[in-house]
Design a protein around this ligand. Structure first.
Ligand code: KG4
Ligand code: ZN
Length: 359
């Protein structure tokens, strides 16, 4: 089964081919540099950029893999959640391709694909407990099969990646700030009481990060010297040296610790509840899964519960076409497809259970 996956839910255009569970090739165009000028993703610019890039990326993918368009059995776009205009570019391209070539058409849930990304690199024992942490989402799932996900908890406000990005912005760091905050945190010393651990004192598996963001806001207001300045010409942050850098690194380390401990507290709680019965692996996925401290702490949890930790390598943690193609191929193998009138689903609306089963 040869599957073309198309990711265009946010600000990455990425197309990949997967055959029999193996990645044949991937071609991507990132837009982060363009959106950094505005401090966040500008939806209108994102969709135009997808429309500009998608055709040439497809041609390059065929050229580099030596695959002929006629040989593609199934075409899978990310159908949501995401930015509506961005999703429509990938979904429209996939529908046109399916109609023109006769390939099967199947829309893939972007969040579920993040979780299965680890399967491209190693076996993913199911059922799994899965933490998905990205710029737009923080979710905790029990996963029993490629078509069976139970949502256990989610963020009530900001996503974990958003919490990093907004804190970074308050500190004057460039967007997206997660990786920079993480790198600075590695240099620093975390002060465990500098920031709160919100929304733990309850029985819920949901997360909340808005209070933590407010705490950072208050901290920066009281310590304006920790703000990084910008080089107006290049738009790049000028990281300080010496004592000021050490102080910035400590703030980043303390903030990172608060986010990671808040996430891991709920993962531990999920492990001690009925949702974890029979669980054979722990999965950490999404852009924030690249976080060095989160990786360490999730490994500790997995070790304590004697299950393997499955985390994709960093390029597969962020948005990519390979994960869409991989989950699409698993679902197509079971016999699923979508009707050509399948809708793209923007963030905030539930993804309908509308896959058709042909066998
Ligand atoms: O999964 P992703 O590429 O896109 C979404 O679907 O949102 O995730 C991007 C998010 C951004 O918020 C970025 O700041 C964050 O992942 N991120 C990190 C790290 N690397 C990327 N956050 C914390 N630590 C990192 N090392
Ligand atoms: Zn994503």
């Amino acid at each position: 089964m040869l599957c073309l996956g198309i990711e265009s839910s946010c600000d990455d255009t990425s197309l990949a081919l997967v055959a029999d569970g193996r990645l044949l090739g991937q071609e991507s165009a990132a837009q982060a540099g363009m959106h950094a000028l505005f401090g966040g993703v500008v939806p209108e610019l994102a969709s135009r950029e997808h429309a500009r890039c998608i055709g040439p990326l497809f041609d390059r993918l065929l050229r580099r893999t030596g695959v002929s368009a006629r040989d593609i059995d199934v075409v899978c776009p990310a159908r949501g959640p995401g930015l509506p205009g961005s999703l429509l570019v990938g979904v429209g391209f996939a529908k046109a391709f399916a109609l023109g070539s006769g390939a099967r058409f199947l829309g893939v849930n972007h969040l579920h694909a993040h979780i299965f990304a680890a399967g491209l690199e190693r076996a993913l024992p199911l059922p799994a407990l899965a933490l998905l942490v990205s710029g737009g989402h923080s979710m905790l799932y029990r996963v029993d099969a490629p078509d069976s996900f139970t949502l256990l908890g989610r963020s009530l406000d900001d996503a974990a990646g958003e919490a990093f990005d907004k804190a970074g912005r308050m500190l004057g760091l460039p967007y997206p700030a997660g990786a920079v905050v993480d790198a600075l945190a590695e240099e620093g010393r975390a002060l465990p009481r500098l920031f709160p651990r919100p929304y733990l004192d309850n029985a819920s598996l949901d997360f909340s990060f808005s209070g933590l963001k407010t705490a950072m806001w208050n901290y920066v207001a009281a310590h304006p010297e920790c703000r990084v300045s910008f080089d107006a010409a290049s738009g790049e942050a000028l990281l300080p040296q010496g004592d000021r850098r050490a102080a910035l690194a400590d703030v980043c380390a303390s903030y990172r610790l608060a986010v990671v401990e808040s996430l891991c507290f709920k993962v531990e709680r999920a492990f001690s509840g009925s949702a974890a019965v029979g669980v054979r692996s722990l999965v950490s996925a999404g852009g924030v899964a690249a976080n060095v401290l989160l990786r360490r702490r999730m490994r500790d949890i997995a070790d304590r519960h004697k299950v393997p930790l499955c985390v994709p390598s960093p390029p597969l943690c962020t948005d990519n076409g390979a994960m869409i193609a991989y989950l699409g191929a698993l679902l197509a193998d079971i016999g699923y497809s979508h009707a050509p009138d399948m809708e793209a689903v923007p963030r905030g609306r539930p993804i309908p259970d509308d896959m058709l089963r042909c066998r």
